[in-house]
Design a protein around this ligand. Structure first.
Ligand SMILES: Nc1nc2c(ncn2[C@@H]2O[C@H](COP(=O)(O)OP(=O)(O)OP(=O)(O)O)[C@@H](O)[C@H]2O)c(=O)[nH]1
Ligand SMILES: [Mg+2]
Length: 369
């Protein structure tokens, strides 16, 4: 484990995220109880990420064993240079998110996926270290010399191949299960959206399951499926892993298998936390759409469930609905409260009528969708 909860990290936030400081810090607070300091950087140094002056300041500070968390992508070259200059743990945004994932991962598949993503994130850094070792620039630091690193790199590659084989096996089992469900006449509905939007709360409300929910990001890391029968139609709901702003591509790739549930679904419920305000709602809808296209999801009915209406004034809710429907006039928009249960019936009715309108034949009690 890279992270120890009682360390107090210094958090570096690039200027581009200055409008989202609370959100970036909430990711850090998922793993650390306290933060030593927050630094906003305006200009990124190409060699060290941080400026030389900043590095000196950090090195002169008495708490110079605190890890540095950089909420940005840090290039391998910058990472190695910064490690050399500060001799502290440097954690970038991808690594931090992977650590959060690792803390929450319940299933074997999620654990393997995280390990794979960590390996892939680590390769370029090891390669860069090998390059330095060849140049003879790593005397006494980062240890074992060129040969040692190359051996280490090969070992990582072998590990990767083993993980991929295991994942492939688990994926095949999942795809067989999915096929069985289709054969049994289930209509598959994926509940997707940003982390903390209330996906699991909605899933629990509809299916009567008691999956853990919580205010911290990434409570859910393994998709879960459960079924109900609504007005004679067998509906299968899947709760999925949440999105975050600027989801690093490594993570999209690592979690592709769980997001596959979205690709295979018949209907998507995109749940958005409406209490965050209209601009934020629009941004989250757009980002989710980007992820859908990356996954190759096209032409499926999408329902926008604007959650947490209990926290939003009526007039504000109306504004939000109007703004979204102007932009996405072919989508169904339903304000709901996943906790209180408001409009959940309406949501199910809409799903039911969407299914009926798209159904082609009813064959011996089987719905052909
Ligand atoms: N006020 C209010 N809070 C809600 C509602 N629905 C969910 N929440 C709260 O929002 C937080 C996140 O809920 P979850 O259901 O865990 O959200 P999620 O989308 O599954 O989150 P991840 O699994 O972390 O991606 C929890 O603290 C819930 O109690 C709602 O309708 N109203
Ligand atoms: Mg959840």
């Amino acid at each position: 484990m890279l992270v120890t909860a009682n360390e107090k990290p210094i958090v570096v936030i690039p200027r581009k995220y200055r409008g989202y400081i609370d959100e970036e810090l909430s990711l850090v607070k998922t793993l650390y109880n306290e933060i030593r300091d927050v630094i906003i950087v305006n200009r990124i140094n190409p060699k060290y990420y941080l400026s030389k002056t900043r590095i000196e300041e950090l090195n002169n500070n008495s708490n110079n064993s605190d890890p540095i968390i950089i909420m940005d992508y840090v290039k391998p070259r910058q990472m190695v240079n910064l490690l050399k200059e500060t001799r502290r743990d440097i954690i970038d945004r991808v690594l931090l998110i992977l650590e959060i994932f690792a803390e929450h991962a319940g299933s074997r598949e999620a654990k393997l996926q995280i390990e794979l993503a960590r390996l892939k994130h680590w390769y370029p850094i090891v390669k860069e270290t090998i390059r330095y070792a060849k140049l003879g620039e790593l005397h006494g630091f980062l240890g074992s010399g060129e040969y040692g690193y190359e051996k280490y790199y090969l070992m990582l590659k072998e590990r990767e191949a083993r993980i991929r084989r295991k994942l492939e096996k688990l994926r095949r089992i999942r795809s067989i299960r999915r096929r069985n469900r289709v054969e049994r006449g289930y209509i598959h509905i994926a509940i997707v959206g940003y982390t903390c939007a209330g996906k699991t709360t909605l899933f629990n409300k509809i299916t009567g399951v008691g999956k853990p929910v919580g205010p911290e990001p990434f409570t859910t890391l393994s998709p879960k499926t459960s079924s109900i029968v609504y007005d004679g139609v067998k509906l299968l709901f899947t709760d999925t892993v949440g999105f975050i702003r600027d989801l690093p591509p490594e993570i999209v790739e690592a979690f592709y298998a769980t997001l596959e549930e979205i690709v295979e679904s018949d209907i998507i419920i995109d749940i958005v936390d409406a209490s965050k305000g209209v601009n934020r709602v629009l941004m989250e809808i757009e980002e989710a759409n980007n992820i859908f296209s990356k996954l190759g999801v096209h032409g499926k009915p999408i329902i926008y469930a604007l959650n947490k209406v209990d926290l939003v004034r009526d007039a504000e809710m109306k504004d939000t609905i109007n703004t979204i429907s102007e932009k996405y006039n072919d989508r169904v928009i339903i304000p709901i409260s996943a906790i209180g249960g408001e409009n959940i019936d309406r949501l199910l009715e809409v799903i039911h009528s969407l299914i009926l309108s798209r159904m082609k034949t009813v064959d011996h009690g089987k719905y052909i969708y």
